[in-house]
Design a protein. Structure first.
Length: 343
């Protein structure tokens, strides 16, 4: 029976030693105090820790709560003296002794759980001191470089999630004008501004997908030669499905895209020979590829702008009952706005 009893006594003694060691691990970290001033930590009526403020205005002062005491629900006060800053910790509901002559006492409102795993960060930068309980060790923020602009908060990044967008820009068919004109020298085509809108989803900052409707400006081609004139117009629209791969850079995101498009096009030619006029119409549809890339910039997490350049094949056979085929390339340059939807 002696050995078990001795073992229990040893365990109890070890627990007490560890408890005292834990109690000694308390720390007060004082910020924004005058360099070179003394810091005292007073628990109840006893000074249990002292230190000196460094050139950076900070001081880390270890202290104890007293023999056998590991934690406390406490009220905290600060005495501002000529060359001393005194942090006073008392049991909740109790008042400390009167301040020393020439000292101004400030109280920090609230009840604080003082325990070994917390650091008491006392900031004296304002007329009323503040206290922050930090779990573990406290590392003060880097000082602001003189002349540098203060940060207005965390820098936002290009968002993920559901995005709506729309814009307009230049569109151009590569071969339509030259094919329609053939060997007629007095022939030219004109295009203009088209528009686009769609929806996308960014699964991560790097990967996304989108569906887009693109309506190029109707291409008009006019030609004339001895004895005849003609007018051709090509009206097409594309619905695209594409995957996106991006390189984010803060609120900017640069991306490449590749996928497929489904086009619906109508090409109509009106030709007049002498006084006779006839009209030919070709309607085509078809699936083809597209690729492109661009960049977007987000002014907020909800609103941004973008620019994009792309290249798409527009090819397909004529509808049932007619003969013909369209096979061309469309280049587009678009600018517009993006709106993130949801949280």
């Amino acid at each position: 029976m002696t050995n078990p009893l001795r073992l229990l006594l040893m365990v109890a003694a070890l627990t007490g030693i560890l408890g005292v060691g834990t109690a000694a691990a308390q720390t007060v970290f004082v910020r924004n105090a005058p360099a070179g001033s003394a810091v005292e930590v007073v628990v109840g009526a006893a000074t249990t820790g002292t230190g000196t403020v460094g050139d950076d205005g900070n001081a880390s002062v270890p202290f104890t709560l007293g023999a056998g005491k590991a934690e406390m629900d406490a009220n905290v006060f600060v005495d501002i003296c000529d060359k001393t800053r005194r942090v006073i910790i008392v049991e909740r509901g109790r008042l400390p002794g009167p301040p020393a002559e020439g000292c101004d006492r400030r109280d920090i409102s609230g009840v604080f759980w003082v325990r070994p795993i917390n650091t008491l960060v006392v900031d004296l930068g304002n007329a009323t001191p503040s206290l922050l309980l930090v779990r573990g060790r406290y590392t003060p923020p880097k000082p602001q470089v003189e002349g540098a602009e203060e940060s207005s908060g965390p820098r936002h990044e290009a968002p993920t999630g559901f995005v709506l967008f729309g814009g307009g820009g230049l569109t151009k068919f590569r071969d339509a004008t030259s094919i329609a004109c053939g060997n007629v020298s007095n022939c030219s085509g004109s295009s203009g501004v088209g528009y686009s809108f769609g929806a996308g989803y960014w699964f991560t900052k790097f990967l996304g997908a989108e569906v887009t409707y693109l309506n190029p400006k109707t291409l008009s081609i006019d030609g004339a030669d001895t004895g005849f004139v003609f007018h051709t117009k090509l009206n097409a629209n594309l619905t695209t499905i594409a995957g996106l791969v991006a390189l984010p850079a803060g609120p900017m995101r640069f991306y490449g895209k590749a996928g497929v498009n489904y086009h619906q096009a109508t090409q109509e030619t009106t030709e007049t020979i002498d006084t006779a006029t006839q009209t030919f119409q070709l309607k085509t549809t078809g699936w083809n590829w597209l690729y492109g890339g661009g960049g977007e910039g987000w002014f907020t997490t909800k609103f941004g702008v973008y620019g994009e350049i792309g290249y798409a094949r527009v090819a397909g056979d004529a509808s049932v009952g007619t003969i013909g085929r369209l096979d061309d390339r469309l280049t587009y340059l678009l600018f517009g706005a993006r709106l993130r939807i949801g949280g």
